[in-house]
Ligand binder design. Sequence first.
Ligand SMILES: *[C@@H]1O[C@H](CO)[C@@H](O)[C@H](O)[C@H]1NC(C)=O
Ligand SMILES: *[C@@H]1O[C@H](CO)[C@@H](O)[C@H](O)[C@H]1NC(C)=O
Ligand SMILES: *[C@@H]1O[C@H](CO)[C@@H](O)[C@H](O)[C@H]1NC(C)=O
Ligand SMILES: *[C@@H]1O[C@H](CO)[C@@H](O)[C@H](O)[C@H]1NC(C)=O
Ligand SMILES: *[C@@H]1O[C@H](CO)[C@@H](O)[C@H](O)[C@H]1NC(C)=O
Ligand SMILES: [Zn+2]
Ligand SMILES: [Zn+2]
Length: 578
Amino acid sequence: MATRFWLVHLACVALLIILPFGSFRPISEEIVDDSNASSAEINAAAPPVLQPRGRKPEALAQISSEQFKLAADYLIEFGYLPDENFTDYLVPDMPFIPEDQLPEEFISGLEWFQRQNGLTVTGRVDDETSDAMKLPRCGKHEQRMSYNVGAKWKKVSLTYKIINTTALLPDKLVREELIKALKVWENVSPLKFVEVGINQTADIDMFFVSGQHNDGERNAFDGPGRVLGHAFMPPFSKTKKDLDGDLHLDNDEKWSINEKKGVNLLQAAAHELGHSLGLDHSTISEALMAPTYKGYKPLFQLHQDDIEAIQALYGKPSTKTDASSSSASSGGASKAVTPSVTSNSKVTEDKKDPKKQTIVNLCSEEPIDTFVSTMDGSIYLFKGEYFWDLSHGKLPMSPKKKYPQLISAKWKELPSSIDAAVRMQNPTAKQDGKIFFFKGDRYWKYDNDKIEPGYPKLIKEGFPGIPNSVDAAFTQPAIIAKGNKVIREERIFFIKGKKFFLYDPVAGNSSSPQMLQDDWFGVKLPITAALSLKNEMYLIGKKKFQKILLLTYSQNRVYGNIHQAKNLDQLIVCDTTK
Ligand SMILES: *[C@@H]1O[C@H](CO)[C@@H](O)[C@H](O)[C@H]1NC(C)=O
Ligand SMILES: *[C@@H]1O[C@H](CO)[C@@H](O)[C@H](O)[C@H]1NC(C)=O
Ligand SMILES: *[C@@H]1O[C@H](CO)[C@@H](O)[C@H](O)[C@H]1NC(C)=O
Ligand SMILES: *[C@@H]1O[C@H](CO)[C@@H](O)[C@H](O)[C@H]1NC(C)=O
Ligand SMILES: *[C@@H]1O[C@H](CO)[C@@H](O)[C@H](O)[C@H]1NC(C)=O
Ligand SMILES: [Zn+2]
Ligand SMILES: [Zn+2]
């Protein structure tokens, strides 16, 4: 029985992951009226990166199979385990399942749920988690960032066509409202919409339809009330595939224009268009992009959050008459980072007394060089010739007593002003747990604080394709399906200036560099360090940091859902006195 359970399970995973990337993007997002806000949750993110657990569960801990089934069903229903076929989970024929035998995907989904709901990320079905699963669903959205962005059009001039209208209202008026909805976004961005003939291909197809309509059972409309419509996010690639960008409205709603009764067409269409343009739901309930419809607003206008969201993707309205393809991303074209370290920099033999330091502000002055975590769960921050051990039970992390200390006191061979560091995290790989430090043209390999023989070595020899003097690096483990087999893989992400490189430590090669701002929408540059904390990723700049909600990679591309930048003091207690 148990064997069969796992076999079924593995087969599903293989199916899940080998499909082309595009199939796993958010299928649709729906507006739901207030009467049933509990179903507002949608399959919100890109394909899951199935992250191994941060730590192993306590030995012999187990979970009842009933509890497991309940939790699994819940995770599936709300998209944390994003395969409807997991509903066929065969629960092993035993009353209790040892926790260390639970499927990785289940734990990964559970952790995602915990993160999004502000629970302690334990990867276990603890009381707090079971209780949270019993709450009405609207609570979940509160943990989401005010907006997150998944994809955007790679152009600012978009075509659309209105395939049909709804019988309750005059054709002409419906068209006018839909065009007004386009204007709502045109007014605050450089986007321009152009209508094309009914037989031509458009970026955004709009139509009204009832019930099932060939975009999946899950997307079937449900008659009057509840789900009002949905729309598909823009393509990740340059060209539209299938339903990308399309907007569907439920033909069974009592659509209305400029009146209180019914469902206001302009508001609903403008919300759905937000999705067609790449916006996700907002946690701000007054925003247009909030998941629920809150009734007719005679003076409807975008919330500041909606405006910031669209401008983070496409920039502000262009002042020139016709800005062709220059779609400015947030952060603008920041200048490339000039690394403070030259490739020939020497190992400093400096043994300055750290006690001479007075007050160190970790968040200002010189940027943070790097963070590194070790197998024993410590997180260290590096700056200049010093490092700090950080308490990281909760944010902001705070430096422990007796820090800073000289880097050379713990890692004797290391120079000061490290560029970047990573700890490998693939339990199936030889390198698991090893720490690599990078500076200039060289790298150092450590087992905890013990250097391995023969180091430092040249980056170009050990990491072909990776440039010298990188700004930041981190690793991202994942579970990948290869044919029938599920294997663990890991990539090291190197960031330098506006570019990132994906290094495959097993193949020993690197992807050609990609522009960060093309794939990591909303990312702020420059990045000086990266931190991986309890399976969450943080990108750190000079004064601000950004959390990455979810990262996934497909071929050489990486997609990150990136939170808005926050001040560094929300991540680390800045002032430390010596
Ligand atoms: C609305 O939610 C209630 C519980 O809150 C549920 O019983 C009912 O089935 C839901 N309605 C629909 C149409 O899903
Ligand atoms: C789910 O199962 C059905 C029937 O076995 C299959 O046709 C479909 O491709 C599966 N879907 C996924 C996403 O694996
Ligand atoms: C669109 O194509 C259909 C069928 O191919 C044709 O009947 C119709 O006349 C075309 N409409 C226009 C506006 O070209
Ligand atoms: C509108 O067009 C879609 C797509 O062709 C179709 O499925 C739907 O039935 C049409 N709706 C109406 C109200 O005619
Ligand atoms: C890296 O090497 C592997 C195995 O040789 C190969 O499949 C892959 O395409 C290579 N990747 C790049 C980016 O060159
Ligand atoms: Zn929505
Ligand atoms: Zn649809």
